[in-house]
Design a protein around this ligand. Structure first.
Ligand code: C5P
Length: 254
């Protein structure tokens, strides 16, 4: 077949370029003693490398900014250099801060112009499938200022009056309707200007970036998340992550 018979690319403006910021500066104390969480091995490869590959697997992502532990930027740079990564993607490493929020802001500060969509993805979610990444990017392209992948909950959730001492019984104060609750994952996707504004203006305790955009009064939308995008937090999560990797290897015919 000659080149002439191929359909020409669609007319119109080029698709917005996407950058991914990966905060990886946490110590991960809930996993137990050892290396910073992002540098722990999963299937023989550091969790962070899995997370970087998961972002770079999307053809829309042309830049990945890794936010390293404050003293570990050089180590993370060597780690990236030592592992095979797609050539079409650029990789930048910057040192992180004291909180996740500060680490993400430092990652945003390192973004060059020309990337209008930004993903923020926890290094602690190494196994998110590329279809989930692409679904988040697509929803931002369609006009949402902020997008989160989310899953329905298996457990009923109770709001409690937190105990004053560990182990004390906690009075239950409310039971939100489970069908309206979602567990939110990453990558969260943003119109870049909106996310930068949120990080400039919103202060206080936040556990995710979309929550900051909500505080600007903008609408955040949820798209279907994936069970393999779980966060590796506790030792049992490492066992599950190894099992997911083993299943993938089997399916890929390794
Ligand atoms: O602690 P948590 O599991 O919520 O952390 C989520 C992500 O934020 C992790 O990938 C962690 O490395 C990152 N983080 C960071 N800088 C901090 C604290 C956490 O980049 N100071």
């Amino acid at each position: 077949m000659s080149d002439d018979s191929r359909p020409s690319p669609p007319a119109g403006p080029p698709a917005a370029r996407t950058a991914a910021v990966i905060p990886a500066a946490g110590r991960g104390v809930r996993l137990g003693p050892g290396a910073p969480k992002a540098l722990r091995a999963l299937g023989g490869t550091p969790m962070l490398i899995h997370a970087v590959r998961a972002m770079a697997a999307s053809r829309a992502v042309s830049l990945v900014v890794v936010v390293a532990p404050p003293e570990g930027a050089a180590e993370v740079r060597s780690l990236l250099d030592a592992h095979a990564l797609p050539e079409r993607t650029d990789f930048v490493v910057v040192p992180g801060g004291q909180s996740r929020q500060e680490s993400v802001r430092l990652g945003l500060d390192a973004l060059p112009p020309g990337h209008d969509i930004v993903l923020v993805h926890d290094a602690a979610r190494p196994l998110v499938p590329v279809d989930t990444v692409d679904a988040v990017i697509e929803a931002v392209r369609e006009g949402a200022p902020a997008v989160v992948p989310a899953l329905p909950l298996a457990d009923t959730v109770k709001q409690v009056e937190p105990a004053r001492a560990p182990g004390e019984p906690e009075p239950v104060v409310a039971t939100p309707e489970r069908a309206r609750l979602r567990a939110v994952q990453t990558p969260q996707g943003f119109d870049r200007e909106t996310l930068v504004r949120a990080h400039r203006t919103v202060t206080g305790d936040v556990t995710d970036d979309a929550g900051m955009v909500e505080q600007l009064g903008l609408t955040v939308v949820a798209v279907p998340g994936h069970e393999e995008a779980f966060k590796v937090t506790r030792p049992l999560d490492l066992v599950l992550a190894e099992a997911v990797l083993a299943r993938r290897r089997l399916n890929d015919g390794f």
